[in-house]
Every structure is written in C-alpha cells, then in structure tokens.
Write a protein that binds this ligand. Structure first.
Ligand SMILES: [Zn+2]
Length: 205
C-alpha cells in the first residue's frame, strides 16, 4: 500500500552522547499524558509495518527539551531511560545532538522548530489518529499543507507561522498521514485540546 506515512525513520544527522537518562520527575507529566494517549491508540504502533508513532516533549531550556525515544510507540508505559534530552539542533543542517541512552524521536526536529519559534510553549504533543486526522483535514482547523514534509525546516517555519504568539493550539499536518500536533504552556493545555477533539469525534460516530 502506498501511504504518506513517513514514520520512525531518523532522517536527521544524530549525535547521541551517552549520558544518564533524564530524571523520572522530569518526565512524569509527559508519562501521564502518554499513558492515556496510548490507551486511546493516539500513540502506538502500526500493526502491519510495526512502526511506532506518536511522540511527546517538554521544554527544559531555551532550546533544549526532553522527548520520547525513537521506536517506543509500542510500549504502554515508558521508564525514564526511554526518554532522551535534545540539547542542540540545526534545522538548516538537519542535525540533532541528544543526551541519554536512547535516540530521540525521529520527529525531534519539528518539536525543536516549534520551541524555537514560540517561547510561550513548553509542551508539544504529536499523535496519530486516522479518523481525527480526517475530521481535522475537512474541518475549520489550523493545518499545514500537504506539500510540507514532516521534520523539515519548511515544517518548522509553517508551524511557527500557524502558532504566532499563541500559548496553546492544535493543527493537522495534511502531508503527514494521521499526524496531529498540539502545543501548550502546560501539559494540561496541550493534552486537553487533543482529548476534547477526540471526544467530539466519538460523539459523531
Ligand atoms: Zn508522526
């Protein structure tokens, strides 16, 4: 089957510095939301191609953040060592430097682009859901057009234009099948906006 799915493959140049995993208290808010999203299959693994999807991050500094590790989508619960600390990115060069025991999510560059573009946001949640994605593609929602590939400088620029100075919001990536991103100043802001839409969808069905 030919799809737009572009999941799981690390496209950037990664330097992973072996370092202790983030502390549990640094990931607890992410883990809370992640466990719920996993239950709702907003984070998970595509059954046929066995590719994990969905990734969450939280800012820890001006341009640094903690993000779920690559290929962890199939796990219901993560330990601290499944998270990685991204300490430097270069969108133009497509490079990422991280610290930890696991490579950061293959979608780290987009998270970085959003943090860099908007100092008001501290949490970025990326989930996948086919029906939610279809609803958003066909509805009055912020979107990034289908010619913008995920994880690129163009995506970061498009996202920063959409966000402006907003402190929370959600948008659909038309060129990244099933892909939705929410953001907020707090984990609740970023998480609830996804949940509200998910519930709306459930009511419609
Ligand atoms: Zn994705």
């Amino acid at each position: 089957m030919n799809t737009n799915r572009d999941e799981g493959v690390i496209k950037f140049k990664l330097t992973l510095k072996r370092a202790p995993a983030p502390e549990m208290n640094q990931v607890i808010a992410l883990e809370k939301w992640r466990a719920l999203f996993f239950k709702l299959a907003l984070i998970g693994e595509y059954p046929i191609d066995k590719i994990g999807y969905g990734n969450l991050s939280s800012r820890i500094g001006k341009k640094t953040f903690i993000i779920t590790g690559s290929q962890t989508g199939h796990l219901a619960h993560l330990q601290a060592h499944h998270y990685s600390k991204v300490i430097e990115c270069d969108l133009k060069k497509g490079s990422v430097t991280a610290e930890g025991l696991i490579p950061p999510s293959s979608e780290s560059l987009t998270h970085y682009g959003m943090y860099e573009a908007n100092p008001n946001i501290n949490y970025v949640f990326h989930v996948h859901h086919q029906k939610l994605w279809e609803m958003m593609c066909n509805g009055p929602f912020d979107y990034i057009s289908d010619d913008v590939p995920y994880g690129t400088q163009a995506m970061a620029e498009a996202a920063s234009q959409l966000m402006g100075t907003k402190t929370s919001g959600i948008f659909v990536m038309k060129g990244h099948e099933d892909g939705i991103i929410s953001y907020g100043a707090t984990p609740e802001e970023a998480g609830k906006i996804i949940l509200e839409l998910y519930r709306k969808l459930a009511v419609r069905q």
